[in-house]
Design a protein around this ligand. Structure first.
Ligand code: UD1
Length: 418
């Protein structure tokens, strides 16, 4: 996916099936390394971040089979303890999960480069402090990091300084290989973190998520291969709901877990959008319009940072009533998309980690997708704006949305994806 052309201004009406969660797939695919056996995954989204993860696993020695029923089978037996070339790991942020998984299986791990969206610095100090608490020696090199636990990983109590998704997942991966009990406090409780715990449990680990953002692992249990179904992607779901609202349409997302979308749906209701929740689907009706509101992003269950740009785009559209604002507490610099929205005529002001948006007429033009969700925001604006818009650098959007063109076309969009 390089370029997206949209002939906007068409109301989106209909239903769309949501695929498996990218944010769950990455740590789980790397987590399979700990089993050293065959794992079978269903609902694995075929987005580029997942395909790149499979490439890294293949480089390390895994055997991968795409089954006829759509499942993906990964045989982790042949994985060898080596460092993948930074050119491979540097393309996805999720490659940090190699640290916990390789450390857990082989007692050492080395990583040369990590990629992902550019939101300013993306520290991993909590991952490293947690590994050290588990008894590993951590050496930061000029281009990466080396971790070794020659005497094995041991049980510990560790409290995260902030609820980091990445650190929680990484410490869970290393923790299941530790001898004794690992207690983690202040952990992230995102659905994809819980999904990783469920996957590791299905593979034989003993992990208990406790109230108060705590997690207990009885480490050292031998893991085995298993079958695992990815959870639905709450960010893909929220994005299609935003596309529906942008076009003042009526869209239902199917095969989702509405409980994962609570903050998103509350926000939509605050915006005056009609929301209908079913057991495994959510519908919105924005045909009568909507108004702006204030959003504060935060760790789950707060409003997800990965839906902030898409909602910010809604606040800029001419048919929004009143102003909107976003306070970003997770990635304080996640505003690169605002410059591109401004090229379409949007009224945006960024002050520190807060951005304000006022409705104004937008014009179709050519914009560049600065990152994955920022690209989705531009797409929302393009879908709502009369005329031919072009989104370049759409490769960023392809990192997280499967069958994007087909799904939007089925809802009535005029879209071509190159
Ligand atoms: C974060 C989001 C996740 C989103 C992803 C991509 C949260 C809690 N996490 O996950 O939902 O899918 O970005 O947009 O919403 N931090 C440190 N030191 C560390 C680790 C993190 O200071 O060692 C800080 C980060 O700078 C950031 C916050 O903690 O401000 C959350 O980071 P983290 O959850 O680890 O990032 P991701 O795993 O990338």
């Amino acid at each position: 996916m390089n370029r997206i052309i949209v002939n906007g201004g068409k109301r989106l009406i209909g239903e769309v099936r949501i695929g498996g969660s990218k944010n769950a797939a990455l740590p789980i695919l790397f987590g399979g390394i700990l089993t050293a056996e065959v794992c079978t995954f269903s609902e694995l989204p075929r987005v580029s971040d997942v395909l790149r993860t499979l490439e890294i696993l293949k480089f390390l020695g895994a055997r991968i089979r795409f089954l006829e029923n759509g499942d993906v089978e990964v045989d982790y037996k042949g994985i060898r303890p080596r460092m993948p070339p930074p050119v491979l790991t540097g393309r996805i942020r999720g490659s940090t999960y190699l640290l916990g998984a390789m450390l857990g299986r082989f007692g050492h791990a080395e990583l040369g480069g990590v990629g992902g969206c550019n939101f300013g610095t993306r520290p991993i100090d909590q991952h490293l402090a947690g590994f050290a608490a588990l008894g590993a020696q951590v050496t930061e090199t000029k281009d990466g990091v080396r971790i070794a636990a020659p005497e094995g990983l041991r049980g510990t109590h560790f409290c995260l300084a902030m609820p980091s998704v990445g650190a929680t997942a990484n410490l869970m991966l290393a923790g299941v290989a530790a001898s004794g009990e690992v207690r983690l406090a202040g952990v992230a409780i995102e659905p994809h973190v819980v999904a990783l715990a469920e996957f590791l449990t299905a593979a034989g680990a003993q992990i208990t998520m406790e109230s108060g953002a705590r997690l207990r692992i009885r480490g050292g249990k031998p893991l085995h291969g298993c079958a695992f179904r990815m959870i639905p992607d709450m960010i893909e779901a929220g994005t299609y709901l935003a596309f529906g609202v942008a076009t003042r349409g009526r869209v239902t997302v199917r095969d989702v877990r509405p409980a994962h979308l609570t903050a998103t749906l509350d926000t939509l209701r605050r915006m005056g959008v009609r929301v209908l929740e079913g057991r495994d689907h959510v519908g919105i009706d924005a045909t009568h319009g909507y108004h702006g509101t204030s959003i504060v992003t935060g760790p789950y269950p707060a409003f997800p940072t990965d839906l902030h740009p898409q909602f910010a785009a809604l606040f800029c559209l001419p048919h929004a009533r009143g102003q909107g604002s976003v306070t970003e507490t997770v990635w304080r610099e996640r505003f690169r998309y605002t410059a591109e929205l401004a090229r379409m005529g949007a009224h945006t002001t960024v002050e520190g980690n807060c951005a304000h948006f006022a409705p104004s007429p937008l014009r179709h033009t050519t914009v560049r997708s600065p990152d994955l969700r920022g690209g989705a925001a531009l797409l929302a604006a393009a879908l709502a704006t009369e005329g031919r818009s072009e989104i370049r650098d759409a490769v960023n959007i392809g990192r997280g949305y499967e069958h994007l063109g087909e799904k939007l076309a089925a809802l009535g969009a005029q879209i071509t994806v190159y």
